[in-house]
Design a protein around this ligand. Structure first.
Ligand SMILES: [Zn+2]
Length: 280
């Protein structure tokens, strides 16, 4: 099954929705990192959240959604772009005890950074006051857009077969009273979905099961992919900053320079002649 994001509106209701279902992208992000299960769940939700958020914003460029705090998870981040290319990482500093946002991140906040290809960079900061990521994001939407919004996530972190799904529902900024009524109706319907259904049923079945009486109009889905932006050239650029002397010292000790990408764990190797060439 391909990783897809679906957007939809409703014929007679003033609300819009999104459904994202991911497996390959999620597996690639957590593969090889040996994250504890609660961290995998967190990264899965953060990944789905970033896809949903990216689809609501009209921009061309990069997005980063980062959680940072003083808890066992020092930070967790998903980086993506408007074409739904995603990568991500979590950094641990202590042993994990618990599964809520507070247990994992501690006292902290969520930072959403949008870097458009043209124009000003935007940064939004939300305190992590709630127990779940969905509640924190709902606060973000209320704060930044003054639009009632709900999110639902379901994750399965089975090794090699991890899955995450996310649902998004938001009022449209038209007739306020009608929109709020429509939202309450759709929210009640959406609350009936079970995690199991969200993870195992295809998008058409999920949307038909939830909203068949409200005629959702579903747009062409957008593919979501894993893509790390690291390159040998960027790695070489970082080496130049280290300085030739330190690098030659390292080569004397280890034979060559090895640098792994923190995100995708790809290993870049530079021998002495390659290192010297960087400085000419
Ligand atoms: Zn990489």
């Amino acid at each position: 099954m391909q990783d897809l994001l679906h957007r939809y509106i409703f014929e007679n209701l003033d609300a819009r929705g999104e459904l994202v279902q991911l497996n390959t992208t999620f597996n690639e992000i957590i593969e090889g990192h040996n994250y504890p299960d609660p961290v995998k769940h967190l990264l899965g939700e953060l990944l789905a959240a970033t896809c949903l958020l990216t689809a609501t914003l009209k921009f061309e460029g990069d997005i980063a959604v980062q959680l940072q705090g003083d808890g066992p998870v020092k930070y967790a981040v998903i980086n993506g772009d408007n074409e739904q290319n995603m990568r991500g990482i979590a950094r641990l500093q202590n042993e994990i005890k618990g599964t809520t946002i507070k247990d994992l991140i501690g006292k902290g906040h969520m930072v959403i950074t949008i870097t458009p290809k043209k124009g000003e960079r935007y940064q939004g900061i939300v305190p992590l006051d709630a127990d779940t990521l969905s509640e924190c994001l709902e606060q973000y939407f209320t704060q930044s857009e003054q639009l009632t919004t709900r999110l639902w996530f379901a994750t399965d972190v089975t090794e090699g077969a991890a899955k995450v799904s996310g649902l998004f529902l938001q009022v449209l900024p038209v007739d306020k009273e009608k929109a709020e009524q429509d939202f309450i109706h759709l929210e009640a319907l959406t609350n009936t979905i079970k995690d199991e259904e969200l993870l195992t049923l295809d998008a058409t079945t999920v949307l038909t099961r939830l909203y068949h009486e409200d005629n959702p109009r579903v747009f062409e889905p957008q593919a979501v992919n894993y893509k790390c932006t690291c390159t040998r050239d960027k790695t070489a650029g970082a080496l130049v900053n280290v300085g030739l002397e330190s690098l030659l010292e390292e080569i004397e000790n280890s034979g060559d320079i090895q640098i792994s990408c923190h995100y995708c764990l790809k290993n870049y190797v530079f021998d002495e002649s390659q290192v010297r060439a960087l400085f000419h």
